[in-house]
Design a binder for this molecule. Structure first.
Ligand SMILES: [Zn+2]
Length: 710
């Protein structure tokens, strides 16, 4: 989440991309002007359609559509991303079911005539469904009615499920809230475990994603009685889907029996149908239990908002007070000349031992705020957009709000302790807070105060993550059991929605979520910072492309900065910084902050022109086959022409054989006319050769070259 080196000012060299300056003091645009396209980060209306013949209810945005099957319990049966790959991310509808003592399964999918209603409130679409749970003979023997409310937000659906007990005393061996099979291309996964201190998790643990890959060799991913809080499946660089529990974790862990660990979550490769099978059952046990009271479960489905085109590299730097030596006008001009597009003020610890830093939640942070404003106006003058740092989880003990509300708002462990985060020695960042408390409204007012007083373009959010908390004051129900726990995901989503509204459609939102990426929150952000820690130091040749974590580029939906200082330090060989930048280039992401190596290596993209007119496929593409050495390719493709990046990840020059499969380009070319290797002097390659047996190309060490195909 932090490092001093993150605040380095770096020297860089590339042309500047255009940027928009919007003052936050002026009212933001609430709707599109005629002909204006709103960014995909800005919530937009759904179009809703009922097809009475096909018995389908469809909710559509330009980026994705979700379909309810009105002949199968009103369940969600299709999720499709407009710019994704799979026709349907669900091979089987999202089923809800019960199993009784006799082994009979009662499923909502068997209800061919559910009661479905739809309503609209502003941009929010709500679908309510009342369905029976029926066995194989169409009998409703379990005496339980299912009521579901689907709330359609931007990029995610919030689902509230109520099992209404009509005939008390039903003995069940399973109560399953989610049962589905997802598309087979979603082979990579990450999940955040459902462990608490009771199961030996450290107090205040971060709950980073555990990553893996489902394949026929590795068919089992998750099988646990402690239900995970979050599960993501992805086709890396292409598309994905996520499920996560609402803030009230007691629903899943304690509600049914009062004992944790009575449920079961399974994620595994399914053969028939071919796909990724997921089930989340708050209860599953051979020893049955009696369902006497109605029970409710809140969960979410999130999708990445894919725009269907390549993204420009994101070049970012940061600044702080620096002992009063604020970044000067000349340096800002150099940033601009080198290609820096955005910067943020990052000064959450006493880096210079002068006591002058931005204590989280305090305002004003410095005696010389006029100098802060000067940096902002100089950046704007140079076409650079500016954000400032906020921690979504920390409040400095020196603030009056901490002194008044610290223990009330704080994230607590089972022993009711607070957790203080330290920068160095006794020098503190702040104490951890929980958004499921008065901390959320205070944080919003604190952000609003800063945005109101300074002409910033937006915000940089650190700790943009939901975390487990045991502060009993935050429980949904007063007087909850002392073993109750929750996390603050509902509130984090509210904060993201509020933030986008606050900065406006063209405002700047940067979030940092190392080890806990999430489509639902990233959809509101322009840029995401990832990969700070958790993946070890690089040595030798560095990590191979197939060893990079899923969060490195995730599914390519948002501009992503990958932090290098987690894997590289001052002792690391200089060339590894080039390898890092090359692997970022081949994945469609940018090193963060932008390093000199970044600008050197990314200069190869200049020739392509406007990258946003292209589609991008990363090093996993099927259009290029390379033989020989440690090398890889990536493709930018637009109708009629494609550009292939060929990278040599070894330090010595290598001759590689390159075979092009023009039919596999994102925009296929049926009969290529020219293949040109860009250089000081372009070299024409044999088109016949490159599309058949391949041509040999010499690539200098630690470098990428560009091949143009028309
Ligand atoms: Zn809490």
């Amino acid at each position: 989440m932090r490092s001093q080196s993150r605040n380095r000012l770096v020297t860089v060299k590339l042309a500047l991309a255009g940027s928009l300056l919007i003052s936050l003091n002026t009212p933001v645009l609430r709707s599109a002007a005629p002909g204006e396209t709103l960014p995909s980060t800005w919530p937009q209306a759904y179009s809703v359609q009922t097809d009475k013949v096909a018995r389908r209810l469809t909710l559509r945005t330009p980026y994705y559509q979700v379909e309810h099957d009105l002949a199968q319990g009103g369940a969600i049966a299709q999720i499709r991303l407009t710019h994704g790959k799979a026709e349907n991310l669900l091979i089987r509808p999202l089923e809800t079911r019960l199993r009784d003592e006799q082994g009979r399964v009662f499923s909502d999918l068997r209800d061919a005539a559910p009661k479905v209603k739809h309503s609209k409130n502003g941009l929010l679409e709500t679908v309510t469904v009342e369905s029976k749970l029926l066995d194989g003979q169409g009998r409703a023997g379990a005496g339980v009615l299912l009521k579901t409310r689907f709330e359609y937000h931007w990029g995610y659906v919030k689902i509230h499920k109520e099992f209404v007990v009509r005939k008390s005393g039903v003995r069940l061996t399973e109560l399953c809230a989610v049962n589905t099979v997802m598309a087979a291309n979603l082979s990579d996964y990450g999940y955040r475990e459902g462990l608490t201190e009771e199961e030996g998790a450290p107090p205040f643990s971060f709950g980073s994603c555990r990553w893996g890959k489902l394949s026929s060799d590795q068919p089992n991913a998750i099988r646990t009685n402690q239900l995970p809080r979050y599960i993501m499946l992805a086709d890396p660089g292409v598309e994905g889907l996520e499920w996560f529990a609402g803030s009230d974790l007691d629903q899943w862990d304690l509600q049914l029996t009062g004992h944790r660990g009575q449920g079961q979550c399974v994620l595994q490769r399914s053969k028939d149908p071919d796909g990724m099978a997921l089930s989340v059952s708050p209860f599953q046990n051979a020893e049955s239990f009696t369902l006497t009271n109605s029970c409710t479960f809140d969960y979410y489905l999130g999708v990445p908002i894919l725009e269907g085109h390549a993204r420009k590299p994101w070049f970012h730097s940061s600044f702080n007070r620096n002992r009063g030596e604020w970044v000067n006008t000349e340096q800002i001009k150099r940033w601009s000349e080198s290609g820096i597009q955005t910067v943020h003020c990052h000064n959450d610890g006493d880096y210079y031992d002068d006591g002058l830093f931005w204590r989280d939640g305090a305002y004003p942070p410095y005696p010389d705020m006029d100098k802060y404003d000067k940096v902002i106006s100089d950046c704007h003058e140079a076409g650079i957009r500016v954000a400032t740092y906020f921690s979504n989880k920390e409040l400095h003990p020196s603030t009056p709000e901490y002194q008044r509300h610290g223990t009330e708002w704080g994230r607590k462990n089972r022993k009711d302790d607070l957790q203080h985060n330290f920068f160095r020695g006794t020098n503190e960042f702040g104490a951890q807070m929980c958004l499921r408390s008065g901390w959320l409204p205070f944080l919003k007012s604190s952000i609003d105060r800063v945005l109101t007083h300074h002409r910033l373009d937006g915000v940089y959010y650190d700790w943009n993550v939901a975390l487990l908390c045991c502060n009993q004051l935050h429980q949904a129900q007063a007087g909850s059991a002392s073993r109750s726990s929750h996390w603050d995901i509902d509130e984090l989503l509210q904060l993201m929605e509020w933030t986008r509204q606050r900065v406006g459609p063209r405002g700047l939102v940067i979030i940092h979520n190392t080890t806990t990426p999430m489509f639902a929150t990233e959809n509101f952000a322009d840029d995401v910072v990832a990969n700070e820690w958790g993946y070890g130091k690089w040595s030798g040749k560095g990590a191979g492309l197939n060893e990079l974590p899923l969060e490195w580029s995730l599914v390519g939906a948002r501009s992503r900065g990958v932090i290098s200082y987690g894997q590289l330090d001052t002792q690391s060989p200089k060339r590894l910084h080039r390898v890092f930048a090359l692997e970022a280039l081949l994945s469609g992401v940018s090193p963060w902050p932008a390093s000199p190596e970044t600008f050197d290596i990314f200069a190869v993209l200049k020739r392509i022109g406007d990258l946003e007119t292209c589609r991008f496929t990363d090093w996993r593409n099927k259009a290029v086959v390379l033989e020989g050495g440690r090398c890889a390719s990536a493709v930018y493709s637009r109708p009629g022409e494609s550009f292939v990046l060929l990278a040599n990840l070894d330090e010595t020059p290598q001759e590689v054989r390159c075979i092009l499969k023009p039919e596999n380009l994102p925009f296929p070319i049926s009969l290529p006319q020219a293949a040109i290797l860009a250089g000081k002097e372009d070299a024409a390659l044999s088109v016949g050769g490159i599309t058949r047996e391949g041509v040999k190309i010499l690539i200098p060490g630690d470098t990428a070259v560009l091949l143009q195909i028309r």
